[in-house]
Design a protein around this ligand. Structure first.
Ligand code: UDP
Length: 441
């Protein structure tokens, strides 16, 4: 059967006419006034009493009912309250089956329970992700999350891509706990994620307050063996002439992609400072081991280093990113869209080429490119490789083109807004004060 798009509510009354009637009346109100259809799911301990049957059989169309199979109550329960509680927990497995069936046929939007039915919360949470039955990457339309730029399923964070995976289950579980927190502190600020922050700030029952206190980026300087060399090299370059190329602490590229990137940078004719890592087919191969690599640069295309001498500098594995971004010679950043790197770019007003690899980086790329227009985004070919011509085109565009000019302007605004947010009366400073005030009082 084709899915019915009318919003549908499941109601789970606990045993007793006094519990059934108010839920039945709620269902009638919903259908009469709001065209919301419903199903009453009735737990039982034996054949349903005639009084119940008459109420249920007199219901209008669009209010369905199902009886769950009778549960076996333990003999030792003599008081009614314990019997009701036991019925409600023993019916959970059949409730789960019934809800699954309901979600396959209706647009189930809520499970309505009475105070004896709270065990059912767990089942409702399991079904939260059942709004879509396919994998997110196969969704025909981009997802419209409140306040966010529409995002394609394939750009959602990694753990979401395989719904049978343990990481996805863990993610769902974690997300369901968020609402029980006293507040949510986010490393962001209003101008960076205005739509999403405003959507989160709309007060609703059970929704924790949010505190955007960012952008918080590392202060103090990092050190590394290449520090002096690459910064000294930057000192000798013209103002805003260098594209910084780095994929965060863990990002790695395949052999073919490194090849294309090298040749694309060369072809662009633009200056570059590239933090390169040896190839891997896993995009986050260096995640736990960013500093530890000492392999030579032999994986670069033959003659590349010689040909690009004077145009670019390649450092192995790690660079003092903050100092590079702060440096006056840096004019762009080919970024993997990690959140820290994103904030660091914004704080230093460095415009971007978005090249997301893993985790939530693709979502960040959509936001930076389509939402804020502070990044250009190169296109990959049908096997997922960004080819040298495309790289050269985007690099030239960012550093010298009209689009690049626009992106730089937008980034400058975002940089100014970041400064303001953190100023004494800025939005992020205020959020932090509110938090501190709550804790002190
Ligand atoms: N970083 C750095 N040098 C490098 C690579 C990364 O200093 O060569 C720092 C970067 O400045 C940022 C952090 O490591 O503060 C990376 O965090 P991000 O959230 O951007 O990405 P992740 O590494 O978690 O993917």
């Amino acid at each position: 059967r084709k899915m019915d798009q009318t919003p549908h509510v499941a109601l789970l009354p606990s045993p007793g006419m006094g519990h059934l009637i108010p839920l039945v009346e709620s269902a009638k109100q919903l259908v009469h006034h709001h065209h919301i259809s419903s199903t009453l799911i009735i737990p039982t301990t034996g054949p349903p009493p005639q009084s119940q049957i008459s109420v249920l059989e007199s219901l209008p169309e669009n209010i369905n009912h199902v009886f769950l199979p009778p549960v076996d109550l333990p003999e030792n329960l003599t008081d009614v309250a314990s019997q009701i509680f036991a019925t409600m927990s023993l019916c959970i497995p059949s409730l789960r089956d019934t809800l699954k069936l309901l979600t396959s046929m209706n647009r189930l939007v809520a499970l309505f329970v009475d105070p004896f039915g709270l065990d059912a919360f767990d089942v409702a949470e399991e079904l939260l992700d059942k709004m879509f039955t396919c994998e997110y990457k196969d969704l025909p339309e981009p997802l419209k999350l409140p306040g966010c730029v529409p995002v394609h399923g394939m750009d959602l964070p990694d753990p979401v891509h395989d719904r049978s995976h343990v990481a996805y289950k863990k993610l769902l579980e974690n997300v369901s706990h968020i609402t029980s927190s006293e507040g949510i502190i986010i490393n962001s600020y209003l101008d960076l994620e205005e739509g999403a922050i405003k959507a989160l700030q709309v007060e609703e029952p059970g929704k924790p307050p949010i505190y955007p206190i960012g952008p918080l980026i590392q202060t103090g300087s990092s050190d590394g063996s290449d520090r002096l060399d690459c910064l000294k090299w930057l000192d000798d370059q013209p103002s805003q002439s260098v594209l910084f190329v780095s994929f965060g602490s863990g990002g790695t590229l395949s052999h073919d992609q490194i090849n294309e990137l090298a040749l694309g940078l060369e072809m662009s004719g633009q200056k570059f400072l590239w933090v390169a890592r040896s190839p891997s087919d896993k995009s986050n191969a260096a995640f736990f081991d960013a500093h530890g690599r000492t392999d030579p640069l032999g994986f670069l295309p033959k003659g590349f280093l010689e040909r690009t001498e004077g145009q670019g500098l390649v450092v192995l594995s790690w660079a003092p990113q903050i100092e590079v971004l702060r440096h006056g010679s840096t004019g762009g950043f080919l970024i993997h869209c990690g959140w820290n790197s994103t904030l660091e770019s914004v704080v230093h007003g460095v415009s971007l080429i978005a090249w997301p690899l893993y985790a939530e980086q693709k979502m960040n790329a959509v936001m930076l490119n389509e939402g804020l227009n502070v990044a250009l985004r190169p296109k990959a070919n049908e096997v997922g490789i960004v080819e040298r011509e495309e790289i050269a085109r985007v690099v030239k565009e960012l550093m010298k083109g009209e689009e690049g000019e626009k992106v730089r302007g937008k980034m400058k605004n975002l940089q100014d807004a970041a400064g303001k947010a953190l100023n004494k009366d800025g939005s992020s400073a205020k959020s932090l004060s509110e938090l501190a005030f709550r804790w002190k009082n």
